[in-house]
Design a protein around this ligand. Structure first.
Ligand SMILES: CC(C)(COP(=O)(O)OP(=O)(O)OC[C@H]1O[C@@H](n2cnc3c(N)ncnc32)[C@H](O)[C@@H]1OP(=O)(O)O)[C@@H](O)C(=O)NCCC(=O)NCCS
Length: 159
C-alpha cells in the first residue's frame, strides 16, 4: 500500500534515487539535499513501506504565491495515480489553504498537470541560471534599516 506524508523528518539521502531519475536534478548531493529539505516549506512524499517512491515540494509565502518543484515518481511506480495524489495533497494542504496562485514549470508534462486543473495559457516565466552567469557581479554594501531608528519611527508615528 502506498502512503503519503508531509513530514520532513526522514533521511534526505532517500531522495537521491528519485533525483537521479529526473533530468533537471542530476548530480545533486546528499549535503545539498539536506540543506534543500531544511529550507523547503512543504514536501509531500509517497512511501511503499520504507521505500521513498515519490515526492513533490513547495516554496511559498503562504498567502499569495506557491511554487511547486521536483515532482517525481519512481519509474517503477508511475501510472498508479501517485503523482496525481502528490499534487492533490499539495493543493489541498491545510497550511496552503490561503495561497492565491500555485506556479510550476514543466517542459513536457503539460497533459499531466492539465488533468489536475493547471493552465498553460499564462506563459510568463523567465529564468536566471547562475551557471550561465559566472562572471556576474554581485552588488555589495546592502544597507539595513537601523533597528533603533525604526523604533523611533514607530513611536513617532504612533502605530
Ligand atoms: C509526471 C509524473 C510525476 C506523473 O506521475 P505518475 O504517478 O506516473 O502519474 P499518475 O499515475 O498520477 O497519472 C495521472 C494522469 O497523468 C497521465 N500522465 C502521467 N504521466 C504522464 C506523462 N508523462 N505525460 C502525459 N500524461 C501523463 C496519466 O496517463 C494519468 O492519466 P489518466 O488518469 O487519464 O490515465 C511521473 O511520470 C514522473 O515522475 N515523471 C518523471 C519526472 C517528471 O517529469 N516530473 C514532472 C516534472 S514537471
Amino acid at each position: 500500500m502506498i502512503t503519503f506524508s508531509d513530514h520532513k523528518e526522514f533521511d534526505p539521502g532517500l531522495l537521491l534515487p528519485l533525483f537521479a531519475q529526473a533530468p533537471w536534478a542530476q548530480g545533486r548531493t546528499a549535503a545539498d539535499t539536506r540543506l534543500m529539505l531544511a529550507h523547503t516549506d512543504l514536501i509531500i512524499t509517497a512511501w511503499d513501506g520504507p521505500r521513498l517512491v515519490g515526492c513533490g515540494r513547495v516554496l511559498t509565502d503562504y498567502v499569495y504565491r506557491a511554487s511547486i518543484w521536483d515532482v517525481i515518481v519512481d519509474v517503477a511506480y508511475q501510472g498508479r495515480d501517485i503523482g496525481t495524489q502528490i499534487i492533490q495533497h499539495i493543493l489541498g494542504h491545510p497550511s496552503l489553504h490561503r495561497v492565491e496562485l500555485f506556479w510550476l514549470c514543466t517542459r513536457d508534462k503539460q497533459a499531466f498537470y492539465e488533468t489536475l486543473g493547471f493552465s498553460a495559457k499564462e506563459q510568463t516565466g523567465m529564468v536566471w541560471n547562475r551557471s550561465k552567469h559566472q562572471s556576474a557581479t554581485i552588488p555589495t554594501g546592502l544597507s539595513r534599516p537601523d533597528p533603533e531608528r525604526m523604533d523611533d519611527h514607530t513611536q513617532a508615528g504612533g502605530l
